[in-house]
Design a protein around this ligand. Sequence first.
Ligand SMILES: [Zn+2]
Length: 362
Amino acid sequence: MRFEFATATRIVFGEGTAATLPELVRTFGTRPLVVTGASIERAAWLVSELSAEVFAVPGEPTVDLVREGARRVQDSNCDVILSLGGGSAIDAGKAIAAVATNGGDPLEFLEVLGQGRAIVVPPLPFLAVPTTAGTGSEVTRNAVLGSTEHGVKVSLRSQLMLPKIALVDPELTYGLPPAVTAATGLDALTQLIEPYVSVRANPLVDAICVAGIRRITGALRRVYHDGADREARRDMALASLFGGLALANAGLGVVHGFAAPLGGSWKAPHGALCAALLPHGMAANVAIARLLTGRKEASEEDGIEWIRELCVELNVPPLRAWGIDKADLPGVVEKAARASSMQANPLPLTGEELLRVAMAAL
Ligand SMILES: [Zn+2]
């Protein structure tokens, strides 16, 4: 047996650790750029403490937004970037840090869409601080960017893009509303299931996935119904972190293969799309079914049914709720088949099989 497992990110986990951020940032630079979500108030304390520049990411990040951010870094001579927010803010900050030092247009570096130009210059030091529990982007080496022009989402990817520090403070997620908790939590679950059954899985990835899935099966329902459940919030924050480590090392699969073109063309949150697709796209796997249901004799169908029921309880809307139509699906299937995530799916799925998955999730 041979395998590799890589991460170069220093992980700081725990309630209250966010208070150490100013000190951590100062070890990397003196002119920070703080990248945050639509409401910049949540980062106000950090911005004033560090006298930092602030850059808001109002929605899921795009090529245009990263271009603007990189210009901002150059204009203000920033030497360190910190993202405080959900996956969008983290991916935006990660991409800005790389484009700022490598020069040129973000589009040049994109896989699938662009020329796939390599990131060769180390990005600016980047610190990632998630405020949702789902994407795991604080420990991955890619940033997912949308291109409105091409109607697809693709990655900017390099081993050099791993954040220097991932600081995960579960307290930052206490205020998340139930719908965001559900969508991001189901993204985390997907990001533990897909690497586990991926063609690139290895024993270390498996161990992380099993530990993460166990935490989610206990915590996601609790945290959806009671956002103040500290233990459940902690479990979700850990599971999300585990998902990031797993996907960075083993890739994803059919659900994320679909999430790329769907998220590129329709204004639906990534987590919500994954949630709608998960019970249908889940590559049937007996081991996963046992893990989810906690029953030794559970079948593949039991595992799928368990996720289906969870989606109903968490009020996950079907794909058509986002304006996706039956007539759109053949085009989506074509793009999904080419998505990088699809290459890690345990089974090569035909166009017809992909269409069946998408129809079921509609
Ligand atoms: Zn995801």
